[in-house]
Design a protein around this ligand. Sequence first.
Ligand SMILES: NC(=O)c1ccc[n+]([C@@H]2O[C@H](COP(=O)([O-])OP(=O)(O)OC[C@H]3O[C@@H](n4cnc5c(N)ncnc54)[C@H](OP(=O)(O)O)[C@@H]3O)[C@@H](O)[C@H]2O)c1
Length: 321
Amino acid sequence: MKAVVYTRYGPPDVLRLTDVEVPAPKDNEVLVKVHAVSLNGSDWEMLRGKPLYSRIAGPFRPRQHILGSDIAGQVEAAGRNTTLFQPGDEVFADILSHMGGFAEYVCVPESALARMPAGMTYEEAAALPQAGAIALQGIRDKGHVQPGQKVLINGAGGGSGMYALQLAKLRGAEVTGVDNAEKLEFMRSLGADHVIDYTREDFTRNGRTYDLVLDLAAHRSAFAYERSLTPGGRYLYVGGSVATLLHVLLIGPLTGRAAGKKIRLLAVRLGAQHLAPIVELCQASKIATVIDRRYRLNEVPEALRYLGEGHAKGKVVVIVE
Ligand SMILES: NC(=O)c1ccc[n+]([C@@H]2O[C@H](COP(=O)([O-])OP(=O)(O)OC[C@H]3O[C@@H](n4cnc5c(N)ncnc54)[C@H](OP(=O)(O)O)[C@@H]3O)[C@@H](O)[C@H]2O)c1
């Protein structure tokens, strides 16, 4: 089968489209013929090996040689101990823990698979898993957003931000989206009440405060985030620099405690099976999946470059023929 492979960290040029053996499903796995795979910030990070947390499985060289975690496709074969899926079933999954989606086939543990939501295309289903889980847990489950609250989403023009912004608006919040200048109009089109270009304004220094800051691109200190919170407000780190992650983990729990502020890491529970609430909102057309660009499997390097260089508004999807 064709797959996009890399064996060292680096720019998109280290990726090669090549022939590899079709993987054989283990007893608890299902072999899926991939129809669509969406790109996430995590693919870019694991390609580059930056930030350092993206090297957790392979400090010097990548341990997984095929990236791509959010897939949608059809079951081709099922392992001996699987019971839930038959060949031909349409499925989607988030396989961040072992990757392999930039390929014609991938093996997925049965427990990580879910049936394709009715009425969705492969590309829409592939767009949802990781970004949808971050949005749902960041805004609803851990963000506890209530009507009238002020919410700031840092990195709101990307994949997770696109869903998070719409979900926060649906819950009645006043939403500020932060991203680069190219994405300001896009964030407004998703319903953002206010937008900030992060290259021109530091939201932690403009004197405004929020009930929730959901941070998809964190690069500042816990003290800076504390300044941006209302009393009782919460800050959730999703992705960004390792220095900020350590600061949030070590200093966060103590910072702003007297004012009831919470500065924490959002450890996202991944898995397509947890996505039902956001799937329903998409099916009811209350939340839109915006696919900025579609690429073919042999164009994965260009697709990742487009995402990594900061152009992607919403999701980028690779269609596997
Ligand atoms: N905590 C968890 O459990 C968990 C689980 C899965 C994924 N993640 C993390 O989630 C993060 C976000 O993923 P994603 O797929 O939504 O990424 P994405 O689609 O690349 O979106 C990130 C957005 O943030 C913007 N951005 C970059 N630097 C910024 C800055 N300094 N200030 C404001 N915005 C900035 C990017 O714009 P530019 O184009 O300008 O760079 C982009 O629009 C990744 O870091 C990933 O590792 C966390």
